[in-house]
Write a new protein. Structure first.
Ligand code: NAD
Length: 261
């Protein structure tokens, strides 16, 4: 297994893409720390499931990614429980869909904190360990919205463009330390995050559910298919491999052709 003895932290991994990435890294032999919100029993079942399915150690830290001090404490906890964090996946994210003049201030603040600032805090805390061992992988789940915009997603598009910039900066700073930093930028992936934005998009655009799926979401994807969480997770595993050691500062699209248009 290619990632045996590696220690990974995946933020926002109680659900969706993050959970798929945590499981895929564990399948390759990495110990993992998962993070995120949800029903305590379901989270514990997910953690135990990783240990049972892949024979690795799995930990859970419930740090709120909107709170910088808690985020940095989570990395310290991971270093203490697993050993140096050498794979860091910044994946936690939320969405809110609203015209800008009605965009709630607290939603703006939460999206910037969770989708952008949390990555600054985890990277800041994890980089000393990676630099010292001259190996590390930082993977940020950005989005097609780190490259292009859509109306009614001002905070999300701003945060994801910011995350792409942070990734490039960190890649340059760490280029000679064996540490890569890259963005994975999915198009629409069928997860609870997508499911949950359908009602607000129906309201903002005065559309039916079917119209939102076909005319807003899949209209952007030339393949007319949703990306799967396992496809995103496979790309994350690849970025952790030695074959990907010269890929850094990249923003890798996995979007059914969306951003080619
Ligand atoms: P999801 O809602 O299934 O998962 C989000 C995860 O983040 C959950 O584990 C949730 O508990 C966690 N989370 C939310 N707020 C948190 C907080 N304050 N602190 C800690 N954890 C928190 O969504 P997903 O679709 O799997 O999204 C994962 C990432 O992928 C996000 O960054 C999202 O922007 C990005 N993304 C998703 C899509 C898509 O179509 N689903 C497309 C492009 C990018």
């Amino acid at each position: 297994m290619s990632l045996a003895k590696r220690h990974a932290v995946v933020t926002g991994s109680t659900s969706g893409i993050g959970l798929a990435i945590a499981r895929a890294l564990a399948k390759e032999g990495a110990d993992v720390m998962i993070n995120g919100f949800g029903d305590a029993k379901a989270i514990e079942a997910g953690r135990v499931g990783i240990e049972k399915d892949f024979g690795v150690k799995a930990f859970y830290n419930g740090a709120d990614m909107s709170k910088g001090a808690d985020v940095e404490a989570m990395i310290a906890d991971a270093n203490a429980k697993m050993g140096t964090v050498d794979i860091l996946v910044n994946n936690a994210g939320i969405q809110h869909v609203s015209p800008i003049e009605e965009f709630p201030l607290e939603k703006w603040d939460a999206i910037i904190a969770i989708n952008l600032s949390s990555a600054f805090h985890t990277i800041r805390a994890a980089v000393p360990g990676m630099k010292a061992q001259k190996w590390g992988r930082i993977i940020n789940t950005a989005s097609a919205h780190s490259l292009v915009a859509s109306p009614f997603k001002s905070a999300y598009v701003s945060a994801k463009h910011g995350l792409a910039g942070l990734t490039k900066t960190v890649a340059l700073e760490l280029a000679t330390f064996g540490v890569t930093a890259n963005c994975i930028s999915p198009g629409y992936v069928w997860t609870p995050l997508v499911e949950n934005q359908i009602p607000d998009t129906m309201k903002a655009r005065r559309m039916t559910r079917e119209q939102v799926i076909n005319d807003v979401m899949l209209v952007a994807q030339p393949t007319k298919q949703f990306v799967t969480v396992d496809q995103v997770a496979s790309l994350a595993v690849y970025l952790c491999s030695d074959a990907a050691s010269q890929i850094t500062g990249a923003n890798l699209s996995i979007d059914g052709g969306w951003t080619a248009a």
